[in-house]
Design a protein around this ligand. Structure first.
Ligand code: AMP
Ligand code: MG
Length: 541
């Protein structure tokens, strides 16, 4: 305990981004196009009545903060942006991006203000960022603020993903600002006042593909190179790449780094597929260079297994960002990043080769992920291509809750009566949304699949117990179901924040099985099927 800080002033700031990259010389806070710079200095807006709703004890500990610091009066002052610590350096960074497939030009941190980076006692670098702390030069026509509902969704999901083992940006805290924010949630001309909130996000860095795309698009290749040099040095120190005598990374090193980005992105998307996460807005400005899930907007969790599902109402027609399209979109986004690097590399073949490594990493990791979901030690194409294809077909045939199905499958494979149709079906029953509609044909298909699965399990040397334990470590019991988020939001809007904290504490142990938390492991209730916030979300946040 003595190693933990008892005051925020003890945090060691080391603001590498602002110390190594060029600043916008204009200090006034108005919307503008910014060239030849990577960030603008900007102060958070003052909040009239900052109030802490929740903090993540794990994130605080990772920052060496004693819990008493999080409960202090100063904490909400600092993490609502009212009090700037002496070593902080508030700024907004500039980036561009492709939105829904079209180049959108300059975007930037429109409602995110970076406070700086801290180095922890073990030399880990964490950047702190306030989301919703007021306008910046990159706010375009918007207000730079965030409302309580979207902030709760970002806060809980960041930590839930971390505990699921999915690469993600983190969250330290969520505070109310005391202000009201106007939002037209349904884009139907009926704006309403909502409570304003600020999440303190935390990540090694918040650099996005779009950070590299913008200087490439404006042909500012010196700045592009500077940003790449900076990123490799600070975000990929373990790569130990070579610098040449001009203190710049060679093209060879840049390519090696790009390949690493491709591979990390592949791993991230496989993890999304494993837990049924749909990002919802995979624009290139929402793709982290570190392969972290970033920008929790209109995301959602697959309930019934449906690869064409998207939570984002803005994307309802094209479904560009549907669950099943995420692997392809990630590759498309990497191609845009490759295009941004091309002016420096000047050869397409090596960039293509790195892009190919996305596909090979994805395929390999995806297969081993599927094997682990089924309790198999290894994916053997000879048998498992067919086994998994048949399984996903089965899951699509009737409305089947993906999370519950895999969790229950571990119980089926453990029973002695594996071949007993009725026993197996009874175990899987909680996964069906309309069990009464399951036809005899479906049941016989299910049984046929279970038989081939059982045959496959005979090849494994592990015991049923071992397999069940292994399956329960990759198939979560508790995920941040869309309707659970909405229930916590409904309560928070009336001033009751207990459900936010309760939900967070359950989601910290997603693979556990605790009878007293059973209500969090149930499929979506019927009332939530079409309720906004539960089944679909707009980008309004
Ligand atoms: P998103 O797709 O939500 O990640 O946002 C796309 C761009 O819009 C980013 O540059 C954001 O900073 C900006 N943005 C979104 N909401 C707001 C807001 N309320 N105020 C200012 N900028 C915003
Ligand atoms: Mg964004």
């Amino acid at each position: 305990m003595s190693q933990l800080y008892h005051s925020l002033e003890e945090l060691k700031f080391d603001n590498s981004f602002v110390n190594n990259l060029p600043a916008d010389p204009i200090e006034d806070n108005y919307c503008r196009q910014v060239s030849n710079a990577s960030f603008s200095n900007v102060k958070p807006k003052l909040s009239s009545a900052p109030k802490l709703i929740s903090f993540s004890a794990e994130m605080a500990a990772a920052l060496n903060l004693h819990e008493s610091v999080c409960r202090s009066k100063t904490f909400p002052e600092v993490f609502s942006g009212n009090k700037i610590l002496s070593k902080m350096h508030p700024h907004a960074t500039v980036y561009g991006g492709h939105q829904f497939g079209n180049w959108a030009g300059q975007l930037g941190d429109g409602r995110a203000i970076n406070l700086g980076e801290v180095l922890t006692k073990d030399n880990t670098r964490w950047a702190l960022q306030l989301k919703g702390a007021g306008p910046t030069p990159y706010s375009r026509t918007a207000d730079g603020l965030a409302v309580l509902r979207s902030s709760i969704r970002e806060y809980i999901c960041s930590e839930a993903m971390h505990h699921l083992g999915v690469p993600t940006t983190r969250a330290l805290s969520i505070c109310l600002t005391g202000e009201e924010v106007e939002r037209d949630m349904f884009y139907d001309g009926n704006p309403e006042k909502e409570l304003g909130a600020i999440v303190c996000r935390v990540a090694p860095s918040f650099t996005r593909f779009g950070h590299f795309q913008l200087p490439a698009a404006t042909q500012n290749y010196d700045l592009l190179r500077e940003l790449i040099n900076y990123t490799i040095r600070f975000d990929f120190p373990e790569m130990e790449l070579r610098v040449d005598n001009t203190k710049q990374f060679s093209n060879e090193s840049i390519l090696e780094w790009f390949q690493e980005v491709c591979q990390r992105t592949a791993v991230m998307v496989v993890e999304w597929m494993r837990v049924g996460f749909v990002h919802g807005v995979m624009n290139t400005d929402n793709m982290s260079i570190l392969g972290l899930t970033i920008d929790y907007g209109p995301y959602g969790w697959l309930e019934d297994y449906d690869p064409s599902w998207t939570p984002n109402t803005t994307d309802a027609n094209d479904r560009r960002y549907r669950y099943g399209n995420q692997p392809q979109v990630a590759l498309w986004n990497l191609v845009q990043l490759a295009n941004a690097l091309y002016p420096l590399i000047k050869e397409s073949r090596p960039l293509e080769k790195a892009l190919e490594s996305y596909q090979t990493t994805y395929d390999q990791y995806y297969k081993s992920m599927l094997a682990s979901k089924l309790g198999l030690k290894e994916f053997s194409s000879k048998t498992d291509d067919r086994l998994t294809k048949d399984l996903f077909q089965l899951l699509s045939k009737v409305e089947t809750d993906m999370t519950i199905f895999f969790r229950k499958l571990a119980l089926v494979q453990k029973t002695e009566n594996f071949f007993n149709e009725e026993t197996a079906y009874k175990i899987l029953l909680p996964a069906y949304y309309k069990a009464e509609e399951n036809s005899d044909q479906y049941k016989s298909d299910l049984n046929a699949w279970l038989k081939s699965y059982n045959r496959r399990l005979q090849d494994e040397r592990s015991s049923a117990d071992e397999r069940q334990r292994a399956m329960n470590q990759v198939n979560p019991n508790y995920v941040f179901r869309n309707y659970l988020a909405q229930l916590a939001i409904d309560e928070a809007s009336t001033g009751n924040f207990q459900p936010v904290n309760d939900l967070l504490s359950v989601l910290k142990k997603p693979y556990s099985n605790d009878e007293s938390n059973n209500e969090y492991a149930q499929k979506r209730p019927e009332w939530a099927r079409h309720r906004p916030g539960c089944s679909m979300l707009s980008c309004s946040s």
